[in-house]
Design a protein around this ligand. Sequence first.
Ligand SMILES: CC(C)(COP(=O)(O)OP(=O)(O)OC[C@H]1O[C@@H](n2cnc3c(N)ncnc32)[C@H](O)[C@@H]1OP(=O)(O)O)[C@@H](O)C(=O)NCCC(=O)NCCS
Length: 369
Amino acid sequence: MPYAHITGWGMAVPETVRTNDDLSKMVDTNDEWIRSRTGIAERRIANDEESSASLGADAALRALEVANLRAADLDLIIVASSSPEHIFPATASLVQDRIGAINAGAFDISAACTGFIFAVNMAAQSIRSGASKNVLVVGAETLSRFVDWTDRNTCILFGDGAGAFVLQENEEPGGVLAEVMHSDGSGGDLLSIPAGGSKLPTTEATIQAGQHLIQMDGKGVFRFATRVMARATKEALEKADLEIEDLDLVIPHQANTRIIEAAARGLKLPMDKFMVNLDKYGNTSTASIPIATVEAFESGRITPGDKIVMVGFGGGLTWGALVAEWTGPLPTERKVRHGWLLFLARIRSVLLRVLRIVEGMLWGRYGRS
Ligand SMILES: CC(C)(COP(=O)(O)OP(=O)(O)OC[C@H]1O[C@@H](n2cnc3c(N)ncnc32)[C@H](O)[C@@H]1OP(=O)(O)O)[C@@H](O)C(=O)NCCC(=O)NCCS
């Protein structure tokens, strides 16, 4: 059975920074309160030109560069997002078009902040089964568009950004070793965007009631998160036949330092075994784990051969963890020229749109209606 190695990684965050002091001018809060209750100092906010697909595609291109892989070599793209561009088309299809992944099937996963863990799990399963060789997994968010900027309970928490992994088939042992996934829909109302779906389609009344924006029972989510983080980590380690002492680094979902500290206590691990960068980005939902992974790697906290756990939780309720042995890019002779391929992908996308218009006109004149 082939192994699913993580061979590429990338992140993209908007340039605009919104600090706690900025927020204190918008709602009744202050830097000291936010830092002490959450650990967050600032977050990134997308500008009008940026979207979940554009940030996701930027992160994806960086991951492909690290893996030295052409987008055309991908056979599957999975995007996890809590702020997808639309109900449909899938954000994954938009990413596929932007990067020119002409041979890839593409779909979205909706599992709130745990989505990236679930998506990597699906990617690894697809590779192990022999169905796919090269898979792109993206976590991409523009949550700022779903945040109620008058609600101090939630607007302090979330930020925008994207992260991506490339997973590739390899016969050498390593890569994603074990995964666990869990859900408890009875807690769905603890964290939700109630309107805009089929149950409560958007109306003037739902907008007036703010039901198209994030609603959260903060304490309920906090209690749930502190219960499941350590438990899921232990479960995934057991499945990989590893002990807690074998672990080099835990990359947790970046929601709140106090939640991560509770997980550390539950696992009897020191905090320096945990990657934490939520002070800079806040909670970027599905993007938080890949963004933290990229920064852990860049700061030298992950090296080949390391055993790492990624563990997440979120709305749904959902939670899950995976164990991976870090390897890095697979050796290859050729050097992919990404700038040129991206240019071709843009041209191709425009040509396909034009062709569709021409086809529509000809069909109207000569075709059957
Ligand atoms: C949201 C959260 C930070 C609130 O922290 P908390 O310690 O539970 O705070 P509380 O809700 O008990 O509020 C304490 C007080 O601070 C006030 N408060 C709430 N938000 C505030 C803010 N941004 N600034 C200042 N005061 C605030 C509350 O109104 C309350 O005041 P009161 O005692 O006069 O009623 C915390 O519950 C949390 O992080 N939960 C998990 C949320 C999460 O991670 N969601 C995403 C999951 S993927």
